[in-house]
Structures are given as structure tokens and as C-alpha cells.
Write a protein that binds this ligand. Structure first.
Ligand SMILES: [Zn+2]
Length: 189
């Protein structure tokens, strides 16, 4: 009976919700909360707003309105709050969901499900929706898909959507660096 009920909930809509908002969490963490990326130091950008706008453009994310510098500074805090979820820190994620008042709510007409209240501002709304998406990934037993790049000197995170959750690196450059350093390590022994 419960399985039949699930079938009418529109799994593809839930998947696309989770995919879209988990990708925003990835983008925020990678732009604003990591200290090393692809073997190089990644200091917090001097102009966070410009860095975010550039990353949004690159990933096809539309923010709905122009970000302010104050938004970008608060999003850096959100990024720091969501980052631990990529190493399985459920308590930190729960705290972020509470802090940003994540609550299922129907918005608009026709109504669309989202996880921020009607009065939430952009930053709280993003934090609630992105945090909920990460919670849904973890809550259905797929937390291992929220990963950190395994290459040395890289803390970039990603949402692994490969069929068997086997992705290990943020991208090709780290995969190649890791391969080269494994090769050097083998030659030394
Ligand atoms: Zn990497």
C-alpha cells in the first residue's frame, strides 16, 4: 500500500529537486568553504559576490535576483555550515536545517514543494532547500554520494551521480595528479 502511494508522488520531480539543490550546495562549498583545490591553496575570494556570480554563470544557475555583498558573506557562512555534510556530519546538517528554518511548504500556483517558509529571504531559502536536498540524499541511504575529492591537496566536494557511486575525484586534473603520484609512489618501492 505504501509503495503504491509512493508511485503517485512523482519520483522524477523529487530527484530533480534533490539534484538541483545538492548541486547548489556543492557550488557554495567549493567556491566559499574549501582551503585547497586541485593541488593549490584556495583562499576565500576577495570578492565573494563576483566569485559566486561567475560560478553561477558557469554552472547555469540563475539566482532570481542579483546577489549583494551581504548575501555573499552570509552564503559563505551557509557554505561552512553545509560542508560537514560531505563527510557525513549529520548533527551539523541538522543544526543548519533548524537555523535556517527548513520546513516543507507549497509555493506558487500551481503549488510547488520547497523547504523554506513563505517569509524566508534568499539566503535562508537557499540554505533550507540545499540543506534539505543533502538531508534527503543521506536519509535514503545514499550519503556516500556526498564526497570530497580523494586527490592530495584538494578539498573540493561533489555529488556522485554515477550508477555505482564510484567517483573518486572532483575532475580530470585531480584524477591525473593522483594517478601520477601513485605511479611515483610505486617506483619508489
Ligand atoms: Zn580534486
Amino acid at each position: 500500500m505504501t509503495i503504491e502511494a509512493w508511485r503517485i508522488t512523482g519520483q522524477s520531480q523529487i530527484d530533480s529537486y534533490v539534484g538541483r539543490w545538492a548541486e547548489l550546495a556543492v557550488l557554495l562549498v567549493n567556491e566559499l568553504a574549501v582551503t585547497q583545490a586541485r593541488g593549490r591553496p584556495a583562499d576565500s575570494p576577495a570578492d565573494r559576490r563576483a566569485a559566486l556570480e561567475a560560478a553561477f554563470a558557469q554552472h547555469g544557475w540563475t539566482s532570481g535576483r542579483a546577489l549583494t555583498g551581504a548575501d555573499a558573506d552570509r552564503l559563505a557562512d551557509v557554505a561552512a555550515e553545509l560542508h560537514p555534510a560531505f563527510s557525513g556530519d549529520v548533527a551539523a546538517l541538522n543544526a543548519a536545517l533548524v537555523r535556517h528554518a527548513a520546513v516543507p511548504n507549497l509555493h506558487g500556483d500551481p503549488p510547488v514543494l520547497a523547504f523554506h517558509g513563505p517569509g524566508a529571504d534568499l539566503v535562508d531559502a537557499w540554505a533550507a532547500d540545499a540543506g534539505t536536498a543533502l538531508a534527503m540524499v543521506i536519509g535514503v541511504g545514499q550519503g556516500r554520494r556526498l564526497r570530497t575529492c580523494e586527490a592530495g591537496g584538494c578539498e573540493l566536494v561533489f555529488f556522485d551521480v554515477t550508477r555505482n557511486a564510484s567517483r573518486r575525484f572532483c575532475g580530470l586534473s585531480c584524477q591525473n595528479r593522483a594517478k601520477a603520484s601513485a605511479y611515483r609512489a610505486r617506483r619508489r618501492t
